[in-house]
Design a protein around this ligand. Structure first.
Ligand code: SF4
Ligand code: SF4
Length: 166
């Protein structure tokens, strides 16, 4: 498989089916800043939890169960991925600065945050299972969770949650 998928419509299953040209367990051998674009992209498990709306309260990030209006909560994929930064000014690119920002706003299960903090990927991560759906099957994505679209939300504080994986 070539690197074409980097420019193709996002198809998570295809990404993890063809890892022949990827160094085995590259995430244990390289720092985040040493990874290729392809390796970086493969780290994203597709959980969708970074698309939950958050509040910063007294120096801590509190997650809410309200989600960006453009997230497909079944697939946990962005419906406007190519145009997300134009349409949603506060949509964040996941780069090193975002991963290292304090207070932490990425979920505790986020592969970038885990690796940057000296931890391994979880056993359900698609890079280990070679199956994109394993994040959903393990209950680690937003799929089947009690989330609501931000449209119609008046007071985000009414929706603060304390899920253990956030
Ligand atoms: S939280 Fe991390 S792993 Fe999950 S979708 Fe966002 S960037 Fe990817
Ligand atoms: S626009 Fe940004 S925050 Fe909204 S669903 Fe897409 S990636 Fe997530």
């Amino acid at each position: 498989m070539t690197d074409d998928w980097l420019d193709s419509p996002f198809d998570p299953e295809q990404r993890y089916k063809h890892l022949e040209d990827i160094e085995p367990e590259f995430w244990k051998k390289k720092k985040l800043e040493e990874m290729s674009q392809k390796e970086w992209e493969l780290l994203c498990d597709g959980c969708g939890k970074c698309c939950l709306n958050k509040l910063e309260i007294r120096g801590h990030i509190r997650f809410t169960r309200t989600v960006c209006r453009f997230l497909d909560c079944q697939t946990c994929l962005c419906k406007i991925y190519e145009h997300r930064f134009k349409k949603v000014p506060d949509c964040r690119n996941i780069d090193l600065a975002a991963v290292r920002e304090t207070p932490r706003w990425l979920p505790k299960t986020c592969a970038y945050w885990l690796l940057d903090n000296g931890q391994d990927l979880p056993d359900w991560h698609p890079l280990k299972t070679k199956k994109a759906a394993s994040v959903h099957e393990a209950g680690m994505s937003l799929q089947k969770r009690d989330v609501i679209s931000e449209t119609g939300v008046n007071d985000y504080e009414d929706y603060i949650i304390d899920w253990p994986d956030l």
